[in-house]
Design a protein. Sequence first.
Length: 377
Amino acid sequence: MRTNVKLTVGVVATMLAGLVSAQDVQVVKIGHVAPMSGPQAHFGKDNENGARMAVDDLNTQNIVLAGKKIKFELVPEDDASDPKQGTAAAQKLCDAKVSGVVGHLNSGTTIPASKIYHECGVPMITGAATNPDLTKPGYKEIFRIIANDNALGAGLAFYAADALKLKKVAVIDDRTAYGQGVAEVFRETAKKKGIEIVDQQFTNDKATDFMAILTAIKSKKPDAIFFGGMDAQAGPMLRQMEQLGMGNMKFFGGDGLCTTEITKLVGGAKTISNVVCAEGGSSIQKMPGGTAWKNRYDTKFPKQYQIYSPYTYDATMLLADAMKRADSWDPKVYAPKLIESSYKGVTTNIQFEPTGELKNAAITLYVYKDNKKFPLN
């Protein structure tokens, strides 16, 4: 009888130990926001994949903060690239008591959302939103780990003037914070380099018919078009340029159209070979951990890679790195550590300017040959 009692006590002790162990695990929530629906959903899925991959990697590290085992959990939200939905998603994540946020994709959603993250004291790191206005308010919770539009637009203008010796360019933008921003930088830099801006047209980020504005531009006989917008519009625009006999014009754009998806969106149009686009950061092949990371990504998420997933991966890891250095997942405690970061990421060694901008941000220009994307530098 005593033996049975001892066995019973032993079983109970084991069960209690298990309960204590379970209680010692602290779930730390990391929010992620991007367009998971609509014409930019391929960007959003790629971004979320990067963040999810980082969370999976972190959960293999047996991280302990403040004496508790940490389990990271990704909390995804869809902003549909809409500013109102973006601010609603930001408030939802604040209410859910996330410890940090990775996102957003679009400048038009990131900028208004940044005020909400600032007010609720939650750090947000974007590896995709490039409008310089994001960091101008000086919010100490807001960081960017990719080059902004000042670098992208200017880099393309220098290439147009110095390498291609272009004289006349027309500019189109989609009226979003991103599209307007990068187009304005390109336009002003191009003018300083002696390029004549022969026409300026506007569209929106839902449009698919550009025949009228392209016809107007064609009459001005530019050497090239610069488009400030995303690939969902650039694809049909390039297709319609071919239909209008504008197949000899160069076509410039920022990272929003610098995707693998655009090769499908052009529908076989040969004008894809006229594209010169710019991304913040180095090409994946030149990133410190790019090639090995991309191989892992492709195994886990076949044929889903676009542009920004290495940055959302690094952004997630960076949040965790600051938590480790602070020994806390509390945003009030670890957030001040972010500005002190010197993190060797997949994309680069991440250090910040006092504004929250990435130090020494690189850009890469790309062209398309045989429907494949190749870096120029």
